[in-house]
Write a protein that binds this ligand. Structure first.
Ligand SMILES: *Cc1c(COP(=O)(O)O)cnc(C)c1O
Length: 704
């Protein structure tokens, strides 16, 4: 670690608050400090400061422009921290210093903190960043997984291989969480008949603290140290123990850290044991079980994400009893009552279902799109006997994306210039969207061209690495996208590989697809990325199928697969592609968010009307794939959707992109691009989403 001279001593502080990642001024400080190192570390300032050479630092300090940049960043950071007039301060309820506690098994904040698998984590990370921007008194609780989620590589024939790498914690933006009396926070959590110690890391997310629980302490037994090793690793037994640590441990940790909780938000059922610890605490203070349950219900908000019954976490009762043995305390007399809260039988015998527990113990319940709320009501109707599904208390709060995180610098600069420098403060105002339409076509086209070329530079650099370091065969370098062309219409498909997302739908008729991809003068290229869950062999087969196509010369090198999809790769793809493709089997996509990230950058969606796109599609802001078939006949529906997709590509997407005026500008295309930004930016940002959570769910829960 380099010794920082007094003049720039705050670099350390900049690096240790992830606020840098969505603050252009602070980003710029690190980008310009040592550009090669910035790229080499995949934008990790903590690691940069570890590796920075004295020469590079001296060079930066001799540069007046860089020092000015540094000073501007320091002012911005101080202004953010001291600002009293936040949205919450003027519009939110007064909680008297109490907090909203947000629990999630994963948080995707930045690639330097790999404690996420996919969409659920991205939503949680974006939620925390937006809460910081709006001044919501939110604290996050999750896990610090030393090995995180896996890194993906592919064998020569496209089978996914999973690599777990132990994170070097000195590279991560984490620090020990400190209790009010100045000691590192270590909390005991009862598990089975023993007690497991949990250490706590703090991540600074602007104004929002995120606490990450960690069982890898010397005092713990080896198997307990492993409990928090991996995200979604291990069997049912590991899983339930993780969830007890998160729920029971999370509530205890907040108390140890001196936080007084006004309401709890459970992001998916993984954290539902939170309610057990809270009911127990109240019973210990003399409340009856019924009173305690009612009070916890009043102050709990639950967001469900899974429209498939089998996707919900559920455990056999004996497993629950075994691992909760030490938890009961004064609640012991009410064990049966508590276990009944999780009781659910979805046809294959009764289990303790984490979603059922959360649904029975939260007054504020929501799905993540209008369609998904509807599906949720029908799916869980048995929990409310006698109530018609449409009357069930499940709201819709459609997901959003954190705009400053996902917007490309080129687009941000364009908006700064044409929408006013304060556009970000007003970006959820629908009126702002209309100003987008007045941006000159030439300017937006130049930005789009630049973003496509950044994507290709990134793709080539990755391929070069595979070629020179890993020495993979030349065909695999082609499959990595090296023959991609700068000027060609590029369609992106990146998400978890799993059957319901139908990644191979676009290959339903290989001959027709080949004609589309290789049409003389108007070619199309397709880029894929995504991981399959380690236990999902069907997902891995889908991925392999895609990879085989990328290797197949008949497609002319116009299909690529980018491995190890993560936040970093996602940024390049959603910003650099021209069209964002999504082909889920309706209604299994609860919301989806990558399409929103794409749309706000001027990458229109070409998607089935599922999840958020059922609300987002407005006729001229992208395309709706809608094959006419009997939905009960899967094969027929797949074929019809594929035909509809080809029709759209041939008749609308490709012509709109390639029809140019005398100055080479695709006017018709850019109208769609601007409509995409205009309609999606205000409505599908976390700005709208978090405000909605506050007014409809947090406010009532925290002040009832
Ligand atoms: C946005 C994002 C996702 C979620 O994408 P969906 O469209 O919801 O499937 C998953 N992984 C990464 C890395 C992302 O950035």
């Amino acid at each position: 670690m380099i010794q920082l001279p007094g003049r720039v001593t705050r670099l350390q502080e900049f690096a240790s608050d992830l606020w840098w990642s969505w603050s252009p001024d602070v980003r710029e400080v690190f980008r310009r400090l040592d550009y090669a190192l910035w790229r080499q570390t995949a934008h990790n300032p903590v690691r940069m400061l570890k590796l920075l050479s004295p020469e590079a630092l001296r060079r930066a300090m001799d540069d007046a422009a860089w020092l000015a940049c540094y000073d501007a960043a320091a002012l911005r950071l101080d202004a953010m921290r001291s600002r009293a007039e936040t949205w919450w301060a003027t519009q939110g309820p007064d909680l008297g210093g109490r907090v909203i506690a947000y629990f999630s098994a994963e948080f995707a904040l930045h690639q330097s903190l790999p404690i996420y698998a996919g969409g659920l984590g991205v939503l949680a990370g974006d939620h925390c960043k937006e809460a910081s921007d709006l001044g919501v008194p939110l604290v996050g609780v999750g896990f610090m997984y030393p090995q995180g989620y896996f890194h993906q590589s592919l064998s020569a024939d496209g089978w996914q291989e999973e690599r777990y790498e132990r994170l070097d914690w000195t590279d991560a933006p984490i620090e020990p969480a400190i209790t009010p009396d100045g000691r590192p926070c270590i909390t005991a959590v009862p598990l089975g008949n023993r007690s497991v110690l949990v250490a706590v890391w703090r991540v600074r997310v602007g104004r929002v603290p995120l606490y990450l629980l960690d069982t890898d302490l010397e005092e713990n037994a080896p198997w307990d140290r492993e409990l928090s090793a991996r995200l979604y690793g291990g069997d049912r037994e590991t899983r339930i123990q993780q969830e007890i640590i998160l729920g029971i441990g999370g509530v205890r940790v907040l108390k140890a850290l001196g936080h007084d909780v006004a309401a709890c938000h459970l992001n998916e059922g993984h954290a539902a044991f939170v309610v057990l610890q809270r009911i127990r605490d109240l019973c210990e203070r003399g409340w009856s079980f019924e009173e305690a349950h009612a009070e916890v219900r009043r102050t709990t908000v639950f967001t469900t994400h899974t429209p498939v019954p089998a996707g919900h976490d559920a455990f056999p009762f004996n497993l629950v009893e075994k691992h909760l043995a030490g938890v009961w305390g004064d609640l012991g007399a009410h064990r049966e009552q508590f276990l009944a809260l999780g009781h659910y039988d979805n046809g294959s015998g009764p289990l303790f279902n984490m979603t059922a527990l959360a649904l029975r113990t939260a007054d504020g319940i929501n799905g993540v799109s209008a369609l998904h709320a509807d599906v949720t009501r029908r799916m869980w109707a048995p929990l409310w006997p006698g109530v018609p599904p449409e009357r069930l208390p499940v709201r819709a709060v459609t997901n959003g994306v954190h705009v400053s995180t996902w917007i490309a610098s080129e687009i941000r600069r364009l908006f700064d210039e044409h929408l006013g420098r304060d556009w970000l403060d007003r970006h959820d105002d629908p009126a702002l969207g209309y100003a987008v339409l007045a941006i000159p076509d030439e300017a937006i086209w130049a930005a789009r061209q630049a973003l496509r070329s950044f994507l290709f530079t990134f793709v080539r650099e990755r391929a070069r690495h595979r070629w020179t370091v890993e020495r993979v065969a030349a065909t695999r370098i082609v499959a990595a996208g090296t023959m991609f062309d700068q000027q060609t219409l590029t369609i992106g498909f990146a998400r978890r590989f799993t059957s319901y997302k139908r990644p191979e739908l676009v290959f339903a008729d290989p001959d027709r697809l080949t004609r589309i991809l290789t049409l003389h003068g108007r070619p199309v290229q397709l880029v894929f990325a995504g991981k399959a869950h380690p236990a999902d062999d069907a997902g891995k087969h889908h991925l392999q199928q895609i990879y085989q196509r990328a290797l197949d010369p008949r497609y002319g090198g116009r299909i690529a697969f980018i491995d190890d999809y993560d936040l970093h790769v996602a940024h390049f793809l959603v910003q650099g592609c021209d069209v964002w493709l999504n082909t889920p089997r309706k209604p299994l996509e609860a919301s989806g968010t990558s399409g929103m990230k794409a749309a706000i950058n001027g990458t229109p969606n070409l998607s089935i009307g599922d999840g958020w796109w059922a609300e987002g599609y407005a006729g001229d802001n992208g395309w709706l794939i809608q094959g006419e078939a009997d939905p009960a006949d899967q094969a027929a529906q797949d074929w019809a959707d594929a035909q509809a997709l080809y029709d759209l590509l041939e008749q609308q997407v490709v012509p709109a992109f390639y029809d140019r005026d005398g100055r080479g500008i695709p006017r018709r295309w850019l109208r769609i691009v601007k409509e995409s930004i205009r309609t999606v930016l205000p409505r599908f940002s976390t700005r709208r989403m978090v405000k909605q959570y506050v007014t409809e769910l947090y406010g009532p829960a925290a002040t009832r």
